[in-house]
Design a protein around this ligand. Structure first.
Ligand SMILES: [Zn+2]
Length: 236
C-alpha cells in the first residue's frame, strides 16, 4: 500500500513537494512508497504535477488508486529504488481543496434548511456541482441559501481530520450521509469535521478553515427529475 500523505493531517494535505522512493514502474506508470498526490475519487479530480530525480523528470498527468497509487506519466521512467521529488500543481490542487470543503458546507446548509440529502457531486477548479434529493429551490431560496452559506464561511469554522468508528457516526446527527451505502466491512473511517456544522466520512483534500474558501455563488440549477435538483457553484 502506498502511504497517502494527505490523509492524516493538514500538514500532509498542504504539502506541495515531497520526497519518496520508487517501488515499481510499468509503461506510463510510477508507483512510490508514499505520495502527496491525490488520486481521482469521491468526486474530486486527481492532482497533476511532476516527479524529478537525479538525471531526469516526468510530468504526472493523472493519478489513480488501485491498491497502490499509480502516477500516470508520459516520458522517461525513474529506476526502481530511486529517490524522487514530487511537485504538485498547487493552483489546481488548492482550488480543489476550497471547492471540496465548500461542497461539504453547501451540503450541510442545504440539509439544515431544506432536509435534502446530497446524492452526487463533481468538484472542478472553476465550477462544481452537487445533486440533492429532494430539492426544488427557486430564485429567492437560492439567494437565502447563499446568504446562509456566507454566514457559515465567516464563522471561521475549523476543519479537522480524524478517524471515527462507524457505529459512532451512525448515531451522530451531524453525519448526513447514508452510512448504509458503505460496505459492511468498513468499520473505521477518515472523517472531516467542519466546526459544529458537519461531520462527513471523506478521503478528499480540505482546507483548514472555512475562512479560506471565499463566497459560494450559485450559477445554475437544473431539475433532474424525481424531485432531484442539481446546483452548480463557483467561488468568488
Ligand atoms: Zn468530501
Amino acid at each position: 500500500m502506498t502511504e497517502q500523505m494527505h490523509m492524516k493531517s493538514h500538514e500532509g494535505t498542504y504539502l506541495r513537494e515531497f520526497q519518496a522512493k520508487v517501488e515499481a514502474t510499468f509503461p506510463g506508470i510510477v508507483e512510490l512508497d508514499r505520495t502527496a498526490f491525490y488520486p481521482l475519487g469521491g468526486g474530486q479530480p486527481s492532482d497533476k504535477g511532476e516527479l524529478k530525480w537525479d538525471d531526469g523528470s516526468v510530468e504526472v498527468n493523472d493519478v489513480r488508486k488501485k491498491n497502490r497509487i499509480r502516477h500516470m506519466v508520459e516520458g522517461e521512467l525513474p529506476e526502481v529504488g530511486e529517490s524522487v521529488e514530487g511537485t504538485i500543481d498547487w493552483t489546481r490542487r488548492y482550488a480543489h481543496m476550497k471547492m471540496h470543503t465548500a461542497q461539504h458546507v453547501v451540503s450541510a446548509v442545504v440539509d439544515n434548511l431544506h432536509g435534502a440529502r446530497t446524492v452526487g457531486n463533481q468538484i472542478g477548479n472553476n465550477k462544481s456541482r452537487i445533486d440533492f434529493d429532494p430539492l426544488q429551490l427557486n430564485d429567492a431560496e437560492i439567494s437565502e441559501l447563499e446568504a446562509e452559506i456566507s454566514n457559515e464561511m465567516k464563522r471561521d469554522h475549523q476543519i479537522t481530520i480524524t478517524e471515527a468508528e462507524r457505529e459512532d457516526l451512525e448515531e451522530n446527527p451531524l453525519v448526513r450521509v447514508n452510512m448504509n451505502l458503505l460496505p459492511p466491512s468498513v468499520k473505521t473511517l477518515r472523517v472531516i469535521t467542519i466546526g459544529n456544522l458537519d461531520i462527513c466520512p471523506c478521503a478528499g483534500t480540505h482546507v483548514k478553515s472555512t475562512k479560506e474558501i471565499g463566497e459560494v455563488k450559485f450559477k445554475n440549477r437544473e431539475n433532474k427529475g424525481k424531485g432531484k435538483q442539481r446546483l452548480a457553484y463557483e467561488l468568488i
